[in-house]
Design a protein around this ligand. Structure first.
Ligand code: MLT
Length: 213
């Protein structure tokens, strides 16, 4: 698995059974396309996994968009990179024969931030998302329509990178857009713990089971 003419370096792991969901895995700063494959498998052991590598390099560390400082995003680059990633997702969906109605993003940190940006700029693209340590990527000029889309936000109470009010604002924006948001506060920081992986897994299983939420 898998280089072809799709324009992001990526990994693709086919679903273990027909009709299983697909997870778009978006790594954090300094990660790559291999990082979240095990986590994706933990979230759903049957899902197809599509895992691109961010194209921006910050001192050699891959990211999905440029930032000017920690938590200060280069808005123009973020918007352009979000559209570019959306193009890749559409192409890959065709190439790997994925059902767009069962395509969920799962992002960590920088990957969660571009996943949130995808929800805001391309609200029809994803069926829902698991966002681990996400920030508000920007305030949208036009409110997107995310009616009924399930979004799981896992945030750390003592996160040094993501201020709690920033995650609260993202939850509010998504709810205003009609998404069904579960905001799950964890006692820890920016790192992901076992308990929340299990919580995300059980949320995802419920979400898939209840079908078209
Ligand atoms: C970002 O730049 O997306 C956030 O600050 C999270 C990070 O990657 O450190």
């Amino acid at each position: 698995m898998n280089q072809n003419d799709l324009d992001f370096v990526h990994r693709f792991v086919p679903a273990e059974e027909p009709g299983a969901p697909a997870l778009l895995l978006l790594h954090g700063t300094g990660g790559n396309e291999d990082d979240l494959l095990p986590l994706g498998r933990m979230i759903d052991d049957r899902a197809a996994l599509l895992s691109p590598r961010g194209k921006v390099l910050e001192h050699g560390m891959p990211r999905f968009f440029r930032r000017l400082a920690e938590g200060v995003f280069d808005h123009e680059d973020l918007v352009n990179r979000t559209h570019e990633l959306a193009g890749f997702i559409k192409q890959a969906t065709g190439e790997y024969d994925l059902n767009p109605g069962l395509l969920y993003a799962m992002g960590f940190s920088n990957g969660a931030n571009i996943a949130a940006s995808l929800l805001l700029l391309h609200p029809g693209l994803l069926a829902g998302a698991v966002l681990l340590r996400a920030m508000t990527p920007f305030e949208p000029e036009t409110p997107p329509d995310l009616s009924g889309k399930p979004v799981y936000l896992a945030a750390g109470r003592s996160d040094q990178i993501v201020p709690p009010e920033d995650t609260e604002r993202l939850a509010e924006l998504l709810r205003e857009a009609g998404a069904e948001v579960r905001l799950d506060w964890q006692p820890g920081g920016h790192g992901i713990g076992r308990a929340e992986v299990e919580a995300a897994q059980s949320w995802f299983a419920d979400t898939i089971r209840s079908g078209s939420r």
